[in-house]
Design a protein around this ligand. Sequence first.
Ligand SMILES: NC(=O)c1ccc[n+]([C@@H]2O[C@H](COP(=O)([O-])OP(=O)(O)OC[C@H]3O[C@@H](n4cnc5c(N)ncnc54)[C@H](OP(=O)(O)O)[C@@H]3O)[C@@H](O)[C@H]2O)c1
Length: 243
Amino acid sequence: MAHLLITGHSRGLGAALTQQLLDQGHCVLGISRHPIRGLRRSQSSVIKECCVDLGQHSSIAELLDSNTLEDFFRNAEQAILINNAGLLSPIGLAGQAHSAEIIHSITVNVAAPLALSNRFLAITGQCIDRRIIHVSSGAARSPYAGWNVYCASKAALDHHARCVSMEGPEHCRIESIAPGVIDTQMQAAIRASALEQFPMRPRFDQLKESGSLASPEEVARKLIQHLLSQSFGVSPCTDLRDL
Ligand SMILES: NC(=O)c1ccc[n+]([C@@H]2O[C@H](COP(=O)([O-])OP(=O)(O)OC[C@H]3O[C@@H](n4cnc5c(N)ncnc54)[C@H](OP(=O)(O)O)[C@@H]3O)[C@@H](O)[C@H]2O)c1
């Protein structure tokens, strides 16, 4: 049984990961602004939820200064951090966004996962198996006009994984994984964006219309299989569609 901290567990990919990991008998600590809804619990489900706004520096600091992570991982043999929370906004060409939106996005997408990874590594030294996943994106590796903040934030996660992998913390594997295109609220937000903010929007309209989006459940299944396998972390940056 693994102990897994999952950020952004309240909906989308994070909710599907949470449900499937609980179904498999693992312990989950979920961190989002809202609780997960419609969870199917069994007698053996062990879930703890913390409402934290990962877009606020003070809330991240409060979480890290508390004993929440230490208490959760105290007796874990296998400890896993899934940095999944993320947001696409602000969508728009450089020069169009409000500075506060950029700062908020970088806080959720970069500052929170890096600070959580740092704390995770500091407190789980006793574990015989430690794993960190950053949920990245194809946008980390290919530029998209209108997504300059998002692309830069996901590229930061990729490079963080490469560096930590090179540092080689004891008993730890790290991987930044692009999950593919998933039918979640994030995709709905893409289709709701204005063409002048995101000129490539028709491609994403077409993906939805042609039924080409993967379900969160399907992606979660594949991600968990890889996460718990021996091949996890062999390469620090991967695409789930190639595994
Ligand atoms: N959907 C795709 O096609 C796609 C493609 C490539 C990569 N990804 C990546 O996959 C991950 C999951 O995306 P998704 O599609 O499942 O997105 P989603 O449905 O929009 O869910 C995002 C999750 O992040 C949490 N979150 C957002 N802002 C937060 C904040 N300030 N503090 C704490 N939690 C926050 C949300 O919880 P609360 O609102 O409750 O806080 C929610 O649980 C993201 O990192 C995304 O970049 C998605």
